[in-house]
Design a binder for this molecule. Structure first.
Ligand code: GLC
Length: 724
C-alpha cells in the first residue's frame, strides 16, 4: 500500500505494517547531522552518522525528525522515506518554532503583556508560514504553561499567571499555527499543546522539579489552557518532564488517559518531551528501559521524541504480554492521522517544493515591529518624564544593553535569520529630536567618561535587565534582582540628580524594589526581537504610546514567590490599614506585589465609570450583561486594556480574591468615551468544586471593571440556583 495523492485507507495501511514498521511510526528523533542546505539546531554529543539515519528511514524505523530545516535537505530525506521504504509513509519534520522562526517576535510573556489575541494569532500564523517555507510540518508550540513563580527559567515562554489570559492567547496561537484546516490552508503547521501538565508549577521555581499542587488547583489553573488548545484543534500534546502527584507526567495515567482521553476525548498524538520517557528511570519511577517503555505506553504516551524506547523494547514487551498490539495500533493510527491531517499523504513533498520564503521576511519583520510596540509595559512615570520632550536633548544612554544586539531575541530563537537586530542606541539615534546629542559608552570605555556623560545629560536612560541566558530552559534563578553591577550604575545615575529612565529587559517578573526609587520612569521591555531599538525609541519619544499591562505580578522580593493576584483570602487577611498582628503577612515586607497583575501606564489618563449590570442576578442558564464607560481624560490619544474581574464570595472550595473573566483593548482620542461591554454566563463561574465536579455554585459575586487587578469600581450580582 503506497501513499498516493489520494487520501489513503489508513486501516489498510496499518494492517500491512510489520511490528517494526509500526514501532517506527512511534519513533521520532532530533536531527543529529547537518547536511547541505540544512542547519541542525540541536547539536548533541552522540553524533550518529547520516548513513545510519538514512538506513533507519529506509527501513521504516523513523516517523520524523526535528530541529533540522531547509527544503533541499528535508526533501532528500523525504525522498528516501516515500520512494525507498517499503510502505512509503512520509516523514514529519518539526522544530521549536516558539516565538517566530527566521523572524523573531517578542517572547510569549511579552506578547501576553499586549493582551491581544489577534496579535498572538498573527505572529503564530507568520511563524508558521516561515516554518512551512523551510520545509517544516509541525511546531512544538504553544507553551500552555501557567507560571506563578518568577524564579522559573521558562516563565519567559509562559503567558503569565492568569489562566483566562493564557487560554485566550493559547487558542489564538493554535489557530495561527494550524489555521482552520491544515490541508486546505497553505503555510500552516501542526501545533503542540505543551508541557502537559503543570510544568510551570515546578516547586521552588526550579526547572523540572515536582509539581505539588492539589487536583483542584490542577483543574482550575493548570489544565484549562490545554483544554483551550485542544478546543482550538491542536493536533498534538507534549508530555511534561516533571511529576504530578508523584507520578511523572510522561507516564501519568490520570493526565494522559483519564483526563486527556477520557474527559476531553482527545485523539491526537501525545509525544514525550525529548527523552522524558527515558527519564522515568532517573525519577526512580521505572526500573529500566523496558519498564520505562511499558509504563509510558500503558499510561497513554504515543511517541518517543528521542529515546527510541518503543522500537527497542516493544517486541519483548509485546511477547511478554506487558503491552498489547491494540495499544500499539491505536498509537500508530493517531500518528498516521496527523500525517494525513498535515496533508502528507495527499502530497508527501508538502512544504518541500521550492522555498518561497523570500517574500515573507519583510512582512514578518513589520509584524515583529508592531508587536514590539505593543508589548512593553510602563510601570512608572513619575512627573510625567515620558514621553521625552520634543526638543533637542542631551541623552546619556548607558548600561549593558545600550548598544547590545546579542540579547534582543531572548531564549528559543536559534533559527533566527542573519538580518541584524537594531540596538537601543541605533533605534534612539534616529528618533531623538533634531539637534539632540546621544552619548552611549562603547565597550571598554572608561567608567569616568560614562559618569561625565551622565552629569552632562538632560536625561539618563539606563538599559538594564537580563541577558538571554538568564532565562529559558534550565535557567531558573534563586535571586531575581537585577544582575550584578546594574544597581550600582542606577545609584550613580540617581546621584546625578538628573531625570532617570530605566529600561528593563527580562524574561520574568524581576524584584525591582531596589531599583524603583532610583528611577523616575520604568519601562519593562521584555525580549522584543530584532525591532527592539526602533520600538523602544518610538515609545520613549512619544511617536508610539505604551499600552501593555503586566501579565505577571512583579514581587517586592523573591521571598514572596510564588506570587499571583488570584490568591485565596486566607482566614486572616491583612486588613486595609488595620492592625496586621496575627494576620497572613511578612514582618519584613508590605503586603502584595510591587506592581500588580494587569497594571500598566500610558501617556494619558483613563477614567472608569461604575459597572452597570442588566440585572442584579444571573439566572442559572442565563446571561449577565455588564458595561462600563471609559473616558480618555488626558491630552493624548491612548490605548487601554479594560479588565473584568469577579470574586465568588463563598464556595465549597475557597475561591480566589479576584479572577480575570474578560479584557478588551480600546483606543481613545482625548476626551473620547466608549462603553465597554462584557457578558458572563454560569460557565465563566465554574470551578473544581468539593464534589469534584467542574460547575458553578449559586451565591453572591463581586465584580470589577478596571485598569488592573488591584483597581476598578465594584458591583455585585447573585448567581441564582437552578430551577428545581
Ligand atoms: C525541550 C523542551 C521542549 C522542546 C523539546 C524539543 O527539552 O522542554 O519544550 O520542545 O525539548 O526541543
Amino acid at each position: 500500500m503506497s501513499a498516493t495523492s489520494q487520501s489513503p485507507d489508513l486501516a489498510a495501511l496499518l494492517s500491512a505494517m510489520t511490528l517494526e514498521e509500526k514501532l517506527g511510526q512511534l519513533s521520532f528523533y532530533v536531527a543529529r547531522f547537518a547536511s547541505a542546505g540544512a542547519q541542525g539546531a540541536n547539536p548533541l554529543d552522540a553524533m550518529r552518522g547520516e548513513g545510519d539515519r538514512l538506513d533507519a528511514i529506509r527501513a521504516g524505523r523513523v516517523t520524523g525528525l526535528f530541529n533540522l530545516y531547509g527544503v533541499t535537505a528535508l526533501r532528500d530525506l523525504q525522498r528516501v522515506a516515500v520512494e525507498e521504504s517499503r510502505l512509503k509513509i512520509p516523514l514529519l519534520f518539526a522544530a521549536d518554532v516558539i516565538h517566530g522562526f527566521r523572524t523573531i517576535f517578542p517572547i510569549a510573556l511579552a506578547e501576553a503583556a499586549a493582551f491581544d489575541p489577534a496579535l498572538a494569532e498573527a505572529t503564530a500564523r507568520m511563524a508558521a508560514e516561515e516554518a512551512a517555507a523551510h520545509g517544516l510540518h509541525w511546531t512544538f508550540a504553544p507553551a500552555c504553561d501557567l507560571a506563578r513563580d518568577a524564579r522559573w527559567g521558562r516563565y519567559e515562554e509562559s503567558s503569565g499567571e492568569d489562566v483566562y489570559l493564557l487560554c485566550r492567547l493559547t487558542e489564538a496561537r493554535v489557530r495561527g499555527f494550524q489555521g482552520r484546516d491544515l490541508v486546505l490552508a497553505p503555510g500552516h503547521i501542526l501545533a503542540t499543546a505543551k508541557h502537559f501538565a503543570a510544568y510551570g508549577a515546578a516547586e521552588a521555581g526550579r526547572d523540572y522539579n515536582l509539581a505539588e499542587i492539589s487536583r483542584a488547583t490542577l483543574h482550575d489553573h493548570y489544565l484549562p489552557s490545554f483544554r483551550a488548545a485542544l478546543a482550538a484543534g491542536a493536533a498534538t500534546v507534549m508530555s511534561a518532564f516533571q511529576t504530578v502527584d508523584g507520578i511523572p507526567a510522561t507516564a501519568n495515567p490520570y493526565l494522559l488517559t483519564t483526563v486527556l482521553r477520557g474527559q476531553w476525548g482527545f485523539d491526537g498524538v501525545v509525544v514525550s518531551d525529548f527523552a522524558s520517557d527515558h527519564e522515568l528511570i532517573d525519577h526512580g519511577f521505572a526500573e529500566n528501559r523496558a519498564d520505562a517503555a511499558r509504563l509510558a505506553l500503558n499510561a497513554g504516551l504515543d511517541m518517543n521524541m528521542e529515546s527510541g524506547l518503543f522500537m527497542e523494547q516493544g517486541p519483548a514487551l509485546l511477547a511478554a504480554g506487558a503491552i498489547t498490539m491494540a495499544q500499539i495500533d491505536q498509537a500508530v493510527m493517531r500518528v498516521l492521522r496527523i500525517k494525513e491531517r498535515a496533508g502528507l499523504f495527499a502530497d508527501p513533498y508538502r512544504h518541500l517544493h521550492e522555498s518561497d520564503a523570500i517574500g515573507l521576511a519583510a512582512r514578518a519583520r513589520s509584524l515583529s515591529a508592531e508587536a514590539a510596540r505593543k508589548a512593553p509595559v510602563l510601570i512608572k512615570n513619575r512627573t510625567g518624564l515620558l514621553p521625552l520632550p520634543s526638543v533637542p536633548l542631551r541623552v546619556a544612554l548607558t548600561g549593558p544593553f545600550a548598544r547590545d544586539t546579542a540579547h534582543l531575541n531572548g531564549p528559543w530563537s536559534w533559527f533566527a535569520d542573519e538580518s541584524p537586530g537594531i540596538s537601543l542606541y541605533d533605534g534612539l539615534k534616529d528618533r531623538l529630536p533634531a539637534g539632540s546629542d546621544l552619548i552611549a559608552p562603547e565597550p571598554g570605555d572608561d567608567p569616568a567618561a560614562q559618569m561625565a556623560a551622565m552629569k552632562r545629560a538632560d536625561v539618563i536612560i539606563l538599559a538594564l535587565g537580563e541577558t538571554s541566558h538568564h532565562s529559558g530552559e534550565s535557567r531558573s534563578r534563586a535571586d531575581i534582582t537585577l544582575p550584578a553591577g546594574q544597581l550600582d550604575l542606577a545609584r550613580q545615575a540617581h546621584a546625578t540628580g538628573k531625570p532617570v529612565v530605566a529600561l528593563i529587559r527580562c524574561g520574568r517578573p524581576l524584584d525591582l524594589s531596589a531599583l524603583d526609587p532610583l528611577a523616575d520612569a520604568i519601562l519593562i521591555t521584555w525580549f522584543l526581537g530584532p525591532e527592539t531599538g526602533p520600538a523602544v525609541a518610538d515609545l520613549l519619544t512619544g511617536k508610539a504610546a505604551p499600552s501593555g499591562k503586566l501579565p505577571a505580578s512583579f514581587p517586592r522580593a523573591a521571598g514572596q514567590v510564588p506570587l499571583y493576584y488570584n490568591h485565596q483570602m486566607t482566614g486572616r487577611p491583612v486588613p486595609e490599614g488595620g492592625d496586621d498582628q496575627y494576620k497572613s503577612r511578612y514582618i519584613d515586607l508590605p503586603p502584595g506585589p510591587l506592581y500588580p497583575f494587569g497594571f500598566g501606564l500610558s501617556y494619558t489618563e483613563f477614567a472608569y465609570g461604575k459597572p452597570m449590570l442588566d440585572s442584579e442576578s444571573l439566572a442559572w442558564d442565563g446571561e449577565l450583561r455588564i458595561s462600563a464607560t471609559v473616558t480618555n481624560d488626558g491630552a493624548r490619544a491612548g490605548e487601554e486594556i479594560v479588565q473584568l474581574y469577579i470574586r465568588d464570595r463563598v464556595g465549597s472550595r475557597v475561591r480566589p480574591v479576584r479572577e480575570l473573566k474578560g479584557f478588551q483593548r480600546i483606543k481613545l482620542r482625548p476626551r473620547e468615551s466608549v462603553t465597554v461591554r462584557f457578558t458572563l454566563t454560569r460557565a465563566d463561574l465554574a470551578f473544581y468544586r468539593a464534589d469534584d465536579r467542574i460547575e458553578a455554585e449559586p451565591g453572591l459575586f463581586d465584580l470589577w471593571i478596571g485598569p488592573h487587578s488591584a483597581g476598578g469600581l465594584a458591583a455585585h450580582f447573585t448567581l441564582e440556583a437552578p430551577a428545581a
